[in-house]
Design a binder for this molecule. Structure first.
Ligand code: PHE
Length: 351
């Protein structure tokens, strides 16, 4: 009895194995013509075909095993039939034919980086190399961070220096007019020493022209520590100018005024007076303004809970558009925002 049963079991197992093998074969069948299909049909469903042979085997196994084997056989039969409904004509043969993989790609339209992004990254890299890290703040600001904390009280005439976009229903909320607001946010949350760079968009209600726009980009720098001096500020900016405009660059500082720095200065780089255009761009002086800067006013430090007796610092802010215009000799600020491909493509080598 025992041996008989084992014989049946073996028989059953070998039939199942065979069915599985055939099933795999059928699954892989992919006709590419009507002839392929005809051949397939005869091979599997023909009188002497694979399935009929399996049904012959089926007869030899025990009744108790018939259930499983029968199930597997019927499954295989439906799989074969489903393959027969496949229409090779409807297949786009192209999908299956391997293309020439060495062919050059047509229309390889790679984009290019925007000149403002290129210049912003370059400025960030220069200051990162001397220990500055990025700190960002919101473009929608409140009056306190944009003005009051920066030593610019409500009636101060300096507020007229920048035409600010206020929210009509709530004049306490505004679009930041400079990235100096990020100085305040950072100092409130971080004790000195501080060495940060804050890039971002700023907004001013200015008439749009070749030299001004209502939206532009700035990078702010802030350095607070013990014994930071004006000499540190000057050397840091000279280092920047040399990296940005070449080792031979010269800078000069002109006294200026900002409510949040004391003393304050504007920085020019020497552009030269070789061509007629140089005279025009520099208004005949040979010098071009690139940024505003100064020693952080003690009132600003105190507003941000930093002890102005123990700490001093400097800050600077520059317009990214202005630097990009100088670097690439672009004479109209509006070009940056028009997304004219003829303009943008010129920067594709800076990817
Ligand atoms: N916030 C000033 C501006 O937008 C620039 C500046 C920044 C000046 C930091 C001094 C210190 O013009």
């Amino acid at each position: 009895m025992c041996s008989v049963q084992s014989k049946y079991t073996q028989n059953n197992n070998s039939v199942i194995k065979k069915i599985n093998q055939i099933e795999n074969e059928v699954k892989q069948f992919l006709p590419s013509s009507k002839d392929d299909l005809d051949y397939f049909k005869i091979k599997y469903l023909g009188k002497n075909g694979v399935l009929n042979k399996l049904f012959d085997d089926f007869k030899t196994i025990s009744v108790s095993e018939k259930k499983d084997v029968g199930k597997a056989l019927n499954k295989l039969k439906s799989l074969v039939k489903s393959k027969l409904s496949f229409n090779p004509e409807r297949q786009t043969t192209k999908t299956f034919k391997p293309e020439d993989l060495t062919k050059t790609v047509k229309n390889n339209n790679l984009g290019s980086r925007h000149p403002l992004a290129i210049v912003e990254q370059e400025i960030i890299e220069i200051f990162s190399s001397i220990g500055f890290s990025i700190s960002e703040g919101p473009e929608i600001e409140d009056d306190w961070h944009n003005f009051t904390a920066l030593n610019t009280p409500q009636e101060h005439p300096a507020r007229d220096m920048q035409d600010t976009f206020f929210i009509q229903s709530n004049p306490d909320i505004l679009l930041r007019s400079h990235t100096s607001s990020v100085q305040v946010r950072h100092m409130q949350k971080n004790p000195p020493p501080i060495r940060i760079l804050s890039p971002g968009r700023v907004y001013r209600n200015e008439a749009i022209s070749a030299r001004a726009h209502c939206l532009f980009h700035q990078i702010e720098g802030l350095y607070i520590d013990k014994n930071v001096s004006f000499a540190d500020l000057k050397q840091t900016l000279l280092f920047f100018a040399k990296k940005m405009f070449g080792e031979k660059s010269r800078i000069r500082l002109r006294p200026s005024f900002f409510p949040f720095t004391e003393p304050s200065a504007e920085v020019d780089v020497y552009w030269g007076l070789k061509t007629e255009a140089d005279y025009r761009i520099t208004k005949g002086t040979g010098w071009l303004e690139i940024l505003g800067c100064g020693m952080v006013d003690p009132n600003v430090l105190e507003n941000c809970n930093i002890n102005s007796k123990s700490f001093t610092g400097f800050a600077f802010g520059m317009g990214i558009e202005r630097i990009a215009m100088l670097k690439y000799k672009i004479d109209d600020i509006r070009l940056f925002y028009e997304n004219d491909l003829r303009f943008l493509k010129q920067f594709s080598s800076y990817l």
